[in-house]
Design a protein around this ligand. Structure first.
Ligand SMILES: Cc1cc2nc3c(=O)[nH]c(=O)nc-3n(C[C@H](O)[C@H](O)[C@H](O)COP(=O)(O)OP(=O)(O)OC[C@H]3O[C@@H](n4cnc5c(N)ncnc54)[C@H](O)[C@@H]3O)c2cc1C
Length: 399
């Protein structure tokens, strides 16, 4: 049997291990942490959003670069993931926002335990608390505290570079660069963005949500919720724009996003309501007739001059498009995911590293992006599954 080493124990590695044919491979999984799946559990803290229930085309549209991710997602889709989980006694349900979660009552740790039980039942050995540190001169794998390991095939699934506490710290970057691979700098994705709030506004509205709003930036649009923090804005409405915002910030461009506080109404509808109002004060019209909450009105006040605020012809269009200047992105370590990592042109179509024979890389350590909404875990699970299928077939093909 060929020796197959998996390094990393996150979502992508666990799916790979669960699907590998252990009649063909003797598999060992290393992780530097004492337990696997720590980021998976962190993801579960806010509700373990496993995937998104939509058509395949819509699902694929969420990934960047599309050309790299489309074949991966097509080979193991959202429906395939739900079926796979169900076949392993993990039922799921689709929430009102089309996000897919484990059935009520199934905790993230139970999902993780079920997946690790599948792996253990296949007699795959976990070697935990063991950090991979590179290669020796003979090309064997070097780990902290143990002897170098010879392996026929190696799969790296070392994660991105946020939430270091989970083990995903990106410290593997140098090891690959020493081998001549191009590793792109990590950047926060699905993260908070800095806004220069007016002191009075933030004193009153810190921690408040802006619900059912829409955002636009650079011809990209998103809907959802924003949370106002001292630092700026975060939440599922801004995450889908995060890759594009980051790109522009890094290019040194001024970034202005536009916030639509009333996405279900047109400017004409809002103007008509405004005209019909019997309120004497503008704030009264905004709250009573246009149903804007205190935070939305406070925000309008911060971003409008007095002339605009008192003139409905100017104010109403602004309600549909409040310009907010973004100063910077939030801390890398606090981001839900990162972009950057191993450049995709370092891989062939089977995730094999072109410069390191018989070595593969999957998961967030590669330079791809998806917004929150279950797309990240789906992407990682799809890569793990697709690579397992390929490696299982490889032995047949080689005889
Ligand atoms: C707060 C938060 C909430 C999230 N919520 C969701 C969500 O609801 N839905 C969703 O789809 N996604 C979510 N995500 C993202 C998702 O969890 C990740 O994209 C996914 O877990 C990445 O999986 P991975 O297999 O690439 O790597 P990871 O899960 O990051 O695992 C990498 C593993 O490699 C190990 N490792 C690293 N370096 C070494 C080394 N040198 N030697 C040995 N081992 C090493 C680490 O210890 C770690 O166990 C969330 C993320 C965060 C931070």
């Amino acid at each position: 049997m060929k020796r197959l080493t998996i390094i990393g124990g996150g979502a992508s590695a666990l799916m790979l291990a669960a699907q590998l044919d252990t009649k063909k491979y003797s598999v060992k999984l290393f992780d530097k942490k004492k337990t696997v799946g720590r980021k998976f559990l962190v993801a579960g803290e806010g509700g373990l959003n496993l995937t998104y229930n939509t058509t395949l085309d819509d699902l694929i549209d969420q990934y960047f670069p599309r050309a790299f991710m489309a074949p991966v997602i097509s080979q193991f889709t959202n429906q395939d993931l739900v079926t796979w989980l169900k076949s392993h006694d993990i039922s799921t349900f689709t929430g009102s926002s089309n996000r897919v979660f484990p059935e009520m009552g199934i905790k993230p740790i139970e999902v993780l335990n079920k997946i690790t039980a599948i792996i253990s039942a296949k007699e795959i050995e976990f070697q935990l608390d063991t950090k991979w540190e590179g290669w020796n001169k003979e090309g064997q794998l070097c780990f902290e505290h143990i002897e170098d390991v010879a392996s026929d095939i190696v799969v790296f699934a070392l994660g991105g570079a946020s939430w270091k506490v989970t083990g995903s710290d990106g410290s593997w970057k140098n090891c690959f660069e020493k081998q001549g691979l191009r590793v792109k700098p990590f950047q926060a994705a699905n993260c908070a963005f800095e806004v220069d709030w007016n002191e009075n506004f933030i004193a009153i509205h810190e921690g408040k949500p802006l619900k059912n709003i829409a955002l636009s930036f650079d011809n990209q649009f998103s809907k959802g919720e924003l949370n106002i923090s001292k630092f700026g804005l975060e939440g599922n409405a801004i995450y889908p724009l995060s890759r594009r915002i980051q790109e522009k910030l890094i290019e040194g461009e001024n970034v202005v996003i536009h916030l639509d506080l009333k996405p279900t109404m047109t400017i004409d509808q809002l103007k008509a309501k405004y005209k019909r109002s019997r309120q004497a004060k503008v704030t009264g019209i905004l709250s009573k007739d246009l149903n804007l909450d205190r935070t939305s009105i406070g925000l309008l006040k911060q971003f409008c001059d007095k002339n605009t605020f008192s003139n409905p012809e100017l104010l109403v269009p602004t309600i549909k498009s409040v310009p907010i200047i973004i100063k910077s992105a939030g801390e890398l370590d606090e981001a839900i995911s990162t972009i950057g990592g191993i450049a995709l042109d370092e891989l062939d179509e089977h995730f094999q590293l072109k410069k390191i024979p018989n070595s593969y890389a999957i998961g967030e350590m590669l330079d791809w992006y998806a917004p929150t909404g279950g797309y990240l875990l789906q992407g990682c699970f799809s890569m793990g599954f697709v690579l397992a299928e390929y490696l299982n077939g490889l032995i047949n093909r080689e005889g």
